[in-house]
Design a protein around this ligand. Structure first.
Ligand code: AMP
Ligand code: MG
Length: 332
């Protein structure tokens, strides 16, 4: 039996949030469906309603721009022609994705598209491919086949792009900007497993962002945060099962097979939501040791990692703000 689950990962706990007392803290929420994801947007204050409308428009706009499955999107056109002049926005996002590939030794690779197709993640008609099919598809997976020259993106070697590992992080950053520019100073954006908070709660408390336990009910822990993104990757989010084996949607570009690095949940915490999204996918592929190396070289982000044997590792920057029932191993 094949199973397919899209799980909402992070639950936002808006705890002890008493009813807003005046119009400046009035709560408005909107559910938006875009990028194959149910998005829950909440903003506070007198400008919130207008800001939410703009956010919905942006979500639909970026979906139509970046989704390779939408006929006529820039990525669809690029994939079908091998080269295309795209918007500055798409060119910049592709460039950022390539930078993350370079920084993660290719663990993050947006040319993963043909391999995703082979496993059926694109059509949702899942199947386990043969070794021959896999090695053929893998021959087109190499982020170095992508070049960006001004706004012209060119793909060589038959490569095709899939921005699924970074687009939602980019979108939550754009929505945060829209909220700020529309006069909203308190908001929380949840795009499936991706959460971004703007400011603090209207009552001045920090937001509480819970990271789902990949094994089911409950949480790995809860982060007190303001003005940041908490972006989670996990094999439990999208997968199918065949002959007792689980095949999930985060692929190791070296093998073309679901990554089994020893991590079952990776959350990246940084205000730069685009980077957080790329890194969450990459670190899931890289595993604990390489994740620590990456973090030591930079330290501009934080991480919450859960291993297959249920050990939880967090980086020092959130040692005081992350609460968990698990014993926490702090990475210094
Ligand atoms: P995320 O949930 O952010 O970890 O992204 C997973 C999605 O990114 C998948 O559904 C694919 O669209 C894409 N993807 C899978 N493996 C990779 C990879 N190694 N590098 C970049 N994108 C990937
Ligand atoms: Mg990602």
């Amino acid at each position: 039996m094949k199973k397919f689950i899209i799980a909402a990962l992070c639950l936002i706990l808006i705890t002890s949030c008493s009813a807003p007392q005046d119009s400046n803290t009035e709560k408005y929420s909107k559910t938006v469906y875009a990028m194959d994801t149910i998005m829950e947007l909440t903003a506070y204050g007198r400008n919130a309603e207008a800001a939410l409308k703009k956010a919905e428009t942006e979500a639909k706009y970026l979906d139509a721009l970046l989704s390779r499955g939408i006929n006529g999107s820039e990525i669809y056109t690029l994939n079908h022609h091998g080269s295309a002049e795209v918007s500055a926005e798409t060119a910049q996002l592709v460039t950022r994705a390539l930078d993350i590939s370079g920084n993660t030794g290719g663990a993050f690779d947006i040319t993963i598209a043909p391999v995703m197709d082979l496993w059926g993640f694109f059509t949702k008609k899942f199947r386990v491919p043969s070794d021959t099919e896999l090695s053929e598809a893998l021959s087109a997976v190499n982020y170095q086949n992508v070049s960006v020259n001004g706004n012209t993106v060119t793909l060589s070697g038959g490569s095709q792009l899939d921005l699924g590992g970074i687009a939602k992080g980019y979108l939550s950053g754009k929505i945060t900007e829209i909220f700020k520019n529309t006069g909203v100073s308190s908001a929380i954006i949840s795009l499936g497993g991706n959460v971004q908070c703007l400011g603090k709660k209207p009552n001045g408390d920090m937001w509480k962002i819970a990271i789902q336990n990949p094994d089911g009910e409950g949480f790995i822990g809860t982060l007190s945060a303001s003005d940041t993104a908490v972006i989670t990757s996990g094999g439990y989010q999208r997968y199918f099962e065949q002959d007792g084996i689980i095949y999930h949607h985060i692929i190791d570009p070296k093998t073309g097979i679901s990554a089994h690095s020893g991590l079952k949940s990776v959350s990246i915490i940084t205000p730069d939501s685009t980077r957080a999204d790329g890194l969450s996918t990459a670190v899931y592929v890289m595993g604990l040791d390489k994740a620590q190396e990456l973090w030591h070289g930079d330290k501009s982000f934080d991480m919450v990692l859960m291993t297959d044997d249920n050990k939880v590792y967090i980086t020092g920057g959130i040692a005081d703000s992350f609460k968990s029932d698990f014993e926490l191993n702090i990475i210094h």
